[in-house]
Design a protein around this ligand. Sequence first.
Ligand SMILES: *Cc1c(COP(=O)(O)O)cnc(C)c1O
Length: 224
Amino acid sequence: MSDTSFDSAAARAQVLDRIAQAARASGRDPGDVTLVAVSKQQPWEPVAQVLAAGQTIFGENRVQEAQARWADRREGVELRLIGPLQTNKAKEAVALFDVIETLDRERLAKVLAQEMASQGRAVRLYVQVNTGEEPQKAGIAPAEADAFIARCREVHGLQIEGLMCIPPADEPPGPHFALLSKIAARNEISGLSMGMSGDYETAVRFGATSVRVGSALFGARPPA
Ligand SMILES: *Cc1c(COP(=O)(O)O)cnc(C)c1O
């Protein structure tokens, strides 16, 4: 059931306001934090509302779903892939997305480098780090992150814009955000994609440069 009374434009204004407050409270410029609207699995209507309100950056977690939704609406929109990417979808992902936030293994680094070269497209890349070392979750282990980032750069010639993490659902997120920030700093990486609907203000306090917010903007996702 979709909640027709939910006003996504108003929700977006409120989320932007809370991001700005969290940024100022930690001595940061609100302009240094980007809101990524996570439109996955959402009906079109609320997505259209935030588009009309000026939102231009959207996150999707599946290549095919994103293609179906955005292929004909790409103009002026920045699309970010925030879900796991299989190498057999790398070609389509490179063709569609501006940013891929889920680079987490050598084989994918290699295939993305090849695809970007053959399509002549420079997709911006984030390395996903599995900060909680959860077996069911994608991402490179924290202890392997430095070596992986180095190989992405030196072996595959990739530029890494940022790091991304999804903290364990049942733990306070702060220490995970702090860990991601530390790995980024020692590898001279400036982008930090962290924070979702439940913890984006905390993420901003820990240095997030982009937050990925879905349900706080659009309401609960309908069951898949
Ligand atoms: C779904 C998703 C989000 C958004 O989650 P909400 O809790 O709805 O804000 C953020 N990041 C990733 C990687 C996701 O898969």
